[in-house]
Design a protein around this ligand. Sequence first.
Ligand code: MEV
Length: 390
Amino acid sequence: MLVEASAPGKCILFGEHAVVFGQPAVAVAIEQRIKVSIQPSPDEHWRLEGHRLDAKKHPHLNTLRHRLWPTKDGAPPLSIQITGDIPRASGLGSSAALSVAACAALRVARGRWMVEARDGVHHWAEGYSSSIGDTDAYATFDDQKAGLRPSNYDNRTHMIHAESALDLDECAVLGHAVEAAAQGGRASPMDASTCAHGGVVLLSDQVEEDATHLYRRELEMSDGKRTWELHDLEVPEGGDDLFLVIGNTGVHAPTSAQVAKVAEAIGQEPERMKEIETIGTIARRGILALKNGDYDAVGRAMTENQIMLRGLGVSCPELDALIRAAAPTSLGAKLTGAGGGGCMVALTRNPKTTSEAIELAGGRAFISKFGNEGVRVETIERMPIWSPDS
Ligand code: MEV
């Protein structure tokens, strides 16, 4: 009676922090993944790794269970297991991967009610999507109707099960909503969308040419509304020897504190918005280089991006040391994620030498190819485990 789903971590090539202000950015799904398994709990409590689920320690899981597995509607408590090889609080999207994989497991385990329109076309009777106006992934979780389409829900006709119930946009929009809640209302959709869709994800303030447009995402923040256009970017082959080497400083740095630090710096000195805009300009240059398959220029843009991130105050001596060590054998290197610790990334044609240099400088290095698979269902032993009013 087990359902398992997994999602990859992510690594940001350009644009972290500036993307929270609506500037362009690019992230790639890495090889490392997180797997979430769910099964009915042996007793009346929600359990995580055998222990009672602590809502404060696991706000992501807590929000998701209220969205997709409402106990008040009779959903039985679950027992959750998390495994994987994405280091926590290290800038590689472990919390987004967890949220996206958990969302997939819960949806697959409950199925999805559908409605048949007069023209015979089947639509969702329930669910979260960036293209449905009357569902709100961002609503507070005690909102009874969150995620339901009230007009359709009464007319539900049949249920779809297993993998056919899975929707990548739904995993991404819910993942973004829980990230935003955990980051004090300030989060771009980059991490959640990359973990959901995999490959290479491009965020921009406009619909881009030479990329597949996925959807528009909007979020109201304390200092105004942000809008991002998300795309799947097919990048030209860089050759068999082109790798990302990720170096972990081992210093834990929560994203929320780093994001708040940047917002505060700009709040105090609004002219520093110029630095955010410059990161946007560098990211645009990097995106063009990626589209052209000019990886030397991609590397240069990464290195320039790092100079700006250091100026913003989100690098740290440990990150600087690993970046310095990787630079001589790389096309470019920078911190990746929120900074303040966590990981750096180098684009390199010498993955072994670059990894050794990072390890010698005190980091833990691992290698990833570009663009890995997004969220996927791993195992379905029985479903639905529960469905609303079934
Ligand atoms: C964190 O992985 C990336 C940041 O840009 C935050 C965000 O995009 O929400 C620092």
